[in-house]
Design a protein around this ligand. Structure first.
Ligand code: GAL
Length: 411
């Protein structure tokens, strides 16, 4: 009798707790970018077995394709229940500014997220009116990747500056028939550009670009484009056809010495290629940026009009939880911003990233949404095309300034 009552009570409790219906999550984490998200979705499905999760992905590194599809859906009144969005201006200057997001301050309070996340990160996802997304990770943009055994064989070491790279490292590698630095499609060039710009301008001037306190037409920025051009002389000539994973593959195959990419590359090398950090691959801050952590954070928000609002809120609770983050991030190649994250679950690369994140000066990534609104980010691809077609630092700087003026960068 007692047993039957207990069973009945348990069934009732489950009945009350059980969410139903669907949950559509929208992101660009498809294919070999997918395992971390899939692990998080598995956790959700364990907690909510009656919810059908639709993992809607639009493939393409850095969200180049997904963001365009998202825009069409949002503007067409067909939002997903929750979507991947970078913390910072991609969220605030785009979707929050357009009144398309729900304020989730209450959820932050209920889940203890106000204390679990660093205040500076909460700032990145907040305005005076509310809190607008839940960060799932911290990625680092300015990382130089290489295979230690290969560098040894070629007799080179990691360059400490771009002038050392172009002046010494690059010719030494070219003489041996090795591509000094591999780059891929347009956005990966922009990714390289932000690291070069950070190194050449320094932290304060780099930050000033995004607040419109430094013009793109300033001679220092033109000089940074010129350095970028020198660096491109040391890269492969089939860049436009390569994804970021294919660029990483060239480093691993020993065809190229270095690659500058975010630390999702570590996720790919560990989770997909099954390499050991420090042996199969190693890392350094991109030249000239030691002590600076260029960050970005993937987050999930709740769009206005989400068809399954309750299920989406349950998703956001999981995304921000310690268990959710410590499941997702070791696979993703990112660290958890939660102050109580269990570092023993993370590999050697990620532990070193966590230490740098805690100790370095932090700046935000352009390409990955931290510092500029979507309108500027997407037009920067055109600026890059102008540079690649003309080879003119002035033309690129003028174009960047024109876009900044047009979109009101920094406002
Ligand atoms: C970034 C994103 C990362 C990773 C990368 C490559 O924008 O924040 O999580 O997916 O693109 O696609």
């Amino acid at each position: 009798m007692v047993r039957r009552t207990l069973v009945l009570l348990a069934a009732l409790a489950i009945g009350f707790a059980t969410a139903q219906g669907e949950l559509e999550i929208f992101s660009w984490w498809a294919g070999d970018e997918g395992p971390a998200l899939e692990a998080l979705i598995d956790l959700y499905e364990q907690e909510h077995p009656d919810v059908e999760v639709i993992n809607a992905t639009v493939t393409g590194g850095s969200g180049v394709n997904a963001r365009a599809v998202l825009k069409t859906r949002m503007l067409g009144g067909d939002p997903p229940d929750s979507f991947q969005v970078h913390a910072g201006e991609e969220l605030i200057g785009t979707w929050v500014a357009a009144d398309r997001m729900e304020d989730i301050t209450e959820l932050f309070e209920e889940e203890g997220f106000m204390d679990a996340f660093p205040a500076a990160l909460i700032d990145l996802i907040s305005t005076d009116e509310g809190i607008w997304s839940v960060p799932v990770n911290i990625h680092r943009s300015n990382v130089l990747w290489f295979v230690p055994g290969n560098l040894e064989e070629w007799g080179v070491s990691t360059p400490g500056s771009w002038s050392e790279f172009t002046g010494e490292t690059c010719p030494a590698l070219q003489e041996q028939g090795v591509t000094p630095l591999v780059v891929g499609e347009n956005w990966t060039m922009q990714h390289l550009w932000e690291s070069v710009a950070l190194a050449e301008l320094g932290v304060d001037a780099y930050r000033n670009l995004w607040t419109a306190d430094l013009a793109f037409t300033d001679p220092s920025v033109i000089a940074a484009w010129e350095t970028f051009g020198d660096v491109l002389e040391c890269t492969n000539d089939d860049a436009s056809g390569l994804s970021w994973q294919q660029a990483t593959d060239r480093v691993i195959a020993g065809e190229a010495a270095f690659n500058v990419m975010g630390d999702w590359a570590a996720g790919y090398m560990v989770t997909t290629l099954e390499l050991t950090p420090g042996e199969g691959f190693s890392w350094a801050a991109s030249p000239g940026t030691d002590g600076v952590f260029m960050l970005l954070s993937d987050s999930f928000g709740l769009p206005v009009g989400a068809p399954n609002d309750d299920n989406a809120r349950e998703w956001l609770r999981l995304v921000g939880s310690k268990e959710g983050q410590d499941t997702f991030n070791p696979l993703k190649g990112s660290i958890s911003p939660r102050l109580d994250s269990d570092l023993s679950l993370y590999n050697a690369y990620l532990r070193s990233a966590a230490e740098d994140w805690a100790n370095d000066v932090q700046v935000g990534s352009l390409v990955h949404g931290a510092v500029a609104k979507e309108a500027f980010m997407s037009e920067f691809a055109t600026v890059m095309e102008i540079y690649l077609n003309s080879g003119s630092a002035e033309a690129a700087s003028n174009a960047a300034q024109a876009v900044a003026n047009q979109v009101g960068l920094g406002n």
